[in-house]
Write a protein that binds this ligand. Structure first.
Ligand code: PLP
Length: 261
């Protein structure tokens, strides 16, 4: 008997030449979660463990043709978006997702790398808020991204709950507000949907893992493609990232750890 075809998930994101984040992290995650991974490359970063030295956004017609190629051929179970780079790419991806209506859409609103490089133009935040976020089944901002999307500072768990409410009002069906940047002793990720709040707590590891956000969003997409409901997909994905972070290593000369998938 030929092997069964695994579920299929798609990442629309940026390439990290250092292999730690972006498309490369997404495909490693899909493979580890036993999902066939497809990729639409929206941007190319020149990057290593010391930082990002250049960013190039792929011309719109080549992003569109990659989207056509994958949707014309594969039964796509879930889509994840990551680094989109510019307002015009964000608008194109939103238009394509609104026409093609994948079963699940996870939006990771990637803006600035841990090393400080801008991965989304400032004028693209509006396109993200107006066009892409309303289509998201799950939106996965970290705290600085939530602050940029809402235009307000978030200082305490009370602020975080308010932010969850306001992000749902932007039109996402669920929001996973990641607590990695908070000053809380444990890492607390907070999930909000119409049914209420779920908190996911785990010990804070003394590692700043590169590509953690990419890996989490793609693990959620993988679990959705495998048939798990959103809350269960998020719980499983958070567990996966925590295990991958505990196995992280330093592949280059810089301080950056990449996850052990
Ligand atoms: N490079 C690319 C292409 C990314 O998509 C991302 C994050 O989403 C990063 C770099 C930044 O990763 P980190 O902030 O985890 O270092």
């Amino acid at each position: 008997m030929p092997p069964a075809t695994p579920p299929i998930a798609l990442t629309i994101a940026g390439s990290d030449s250092g292999g730690g984040a972006g498309i490369q992290a997404d495909l490693k995650t899909f493979h580890a979660r036993e999902v066939h991974g497809l990729s639409v490359i929206a941007a190319i970063t020149s990057q290593n463990t010391r930082g990002v030295t250049a960013v190039h956004t792929v011309p719109l017609k080549h992003i569109r043709s990659q989207i056509d190629a994958v949707f014309d051929d594969f039964p796509i179970g879930a889509v994840k978006t990551g680094m989109l780079g510019s307002a015009s790419v964000t608008r194109l991806v939103a238009k394509e997702m609104s026409t093609r209506q994948p079963a699940w859409l996870v939006v990771d609103p990637v803006m600035i790398s841990t090393s400080g490089a801008r991965l989304l133009d400032e004028d693209a935040v509006e396109a993200m808020v107006e066009e892409l976020i309303p289509l998201a089944d799950i939106l996965t901002p970290n705290l600085p991204e939530a602050e940029a999307l809402l235009g307000r500072k978030l200082r305490s768990p009370k602020d975080y709950d308010k932010a969850g409410e306001l992000l749902l009002e932007l039109g996402a069906t669920a929001v996973l507000l990641k607590g990695g940047h908070a000053s809380e002793r444990e890492v607390v990720d907070r999930y909000y949907d119409a049914k209420g709040t779920m908190e996911l707590r785990h010990p804070r590891l003394a590692i700043e893992g590169h590509g953690t956000g990419c890996t989490l969003a793609s693990a959620i997409a993988a679990e959705l493609a495998r048939g798990h409901a959103p809350r269960s997909a998020v719980r499983r994905a958070v567990g996966y990232v925590h295990r991958a972070l505990a196995r992280s290593y330093r592949p280059g000369g810089g301080p950056v750890h990449v996850l052990g998938h």
